[in-house]
Design a protein around this ligand. Structure first.
Ligand SMILES: [Zn+2]
Length: 355
């Protein structure tokens, strides 16, 4: 894909650039130059001034300055003004690809690597004040994430169902219906201010296995057909732990502390309430007795405690209630109470994660 100038360099300081075929437009009217970080060689891109100026306040100001051919200050390459950028060629290429071929970024990968793929373009779009492109790149990340509690519950419910049916989720790919790899998403979100994905991302990371690296798992998947992503009711999902800052690890500990406290608070104190007006005929089988029995069962299941999954615990409670034969006075009130607890926990997560 790289078209190289035919003349070899006569000396180390000779301008001996590369041109990228797919970012070299014959009708382009500006040439951008940036240095390849690995080879220290200039790379040229011939693009359209209007494409840059209409998107970027920085380019708009820069390119609106007079640039006549007779201006001795203006460098020219193949008839077009040449602008040397201080950025790496990789970063410039990422930005231009996001402008000229944005749909490539929207294609999701079974590697769950969207934050890594949009990072360079987002850095450049932010630096050159391309507000609309920033929003579009952020939306690429946001569309992969559950932004509301009910969306997160739906995604986690899919995994619950698979694990309940087969004992574990096992695959050589990470499918798009499951929650993506969270650590790289958190790193991107905290750097470029995308708070909307953080509650679900931190909650998901809390249940990842700190001994399992996402990239190492992927490498094993690629090199050995029998090694897979493996998630059970006790967790096991790997993460790109290396992406996280010290501040993110601290926030993860705060989320862990919050979830553990919420499990104790709601299961021990808030939820065990008697609903007035029970219509059950038998005192020994009143809805309150039934409620306390299933509440106790859901609270004591070791897998919930180990997985720190209070939403999973509450979903389990809802399933148990379906089979509990409660009266029509008590059942909806206990169900509403479960929903209220879920909302309070989600709001608590938002408070910690979106600060
Ligand atoms: Zn009742």
């Amino acid at each position: 894909m790289i078209r190289e100038f035919s003349e070899p360099p006569a000396a180390a300081n000779v301008f001996d650039p590369l041109e990228l075929d797919y970012l070299w437009f014959q009708d382009g009217n500006i040439v951008l130059s940036a240095v390849d970080a690995a080879t220290a060689r200039p790379v040229l891109f011939r693009v359209h001034m209007s494409s840059l100026a209409s998107r970027s306040r920085v380019f708009n100001s820069m390119l609106s300055l007079p640039q006549g051919e007779d201006d001795e200050q203006t460098e020219v390459h193949e008839g077009s003004p040449l602008v040397r950028l201080p950025d790496s060629a990789e970063d410039v290429e990422a930005l231009l690809r996001a402008i000229y071929d944005p749909y490539a970024l929207f294609r999701r990968s079974p590697r769950s690597d969207t934050p890594l793929r949009v990072q360079k373009a987002l850095h450049m779009a932010s630096k050159y004040m391309m507000d609309d492109l920033c929003k579009r790149l952020i939306s690429v990340v946001e569309q992969e994430w559950p932004l509301r509690l009910k969306d997160m519950e739906l995604r986690d419910g899919i995994l619950d169902d698979i694990i309940a049916k087969y004992g574990a989720y096992s695959s050589t790919e990470w499918p798009e219906q499951l929650i993506p790899e969270p650590a790289s998403a958190i790193a991107l979100a905290e750097r470029y201010n995308i708070p909307s994905i953080l509650p679900a991302a931190y909650y998901n990371l809390l249940r990842c296995n700190p001994n399992e690296s996402w990239e190492l798992t992927l490498r094993k998947v690629c090199s050995a057909g029998d090694t897979r992503f493996l998630v059970t009711g006790r967790g096991g999902k790997p993460a790109r732990w290396e992406c996280l800052s010290a501040a993110s690890f601290l926030k993860l500990l705060q989320v862990q502390n919050f979830v553990e406290s919420a499990q104790h608070k709601y299961f021990s104190f808030s939820l065990p309430q008697k609903i007035p007006g029970c219509l059950s005929l038998s005192q020994s089988r009143s809805c309150f007795h039934t409620w306390m029995r299933i509440l106790d069962n859901s609270h004591r299941i070791p897998v919930h405690i180990h997985a720190r999954d209070i939403f999973g615990q509450l979903r389990d409670l809802e399933v148990r209630m379906l089979n509990a034969n409660m009266c029509y006075n008590c059942y909806p009130k206990y169900t509403d109470e479960i929903q209220r607890v879920k909302v309070r926990v989600w709001e608590g997560l938002e408070e910690i994660c979106c600060l």
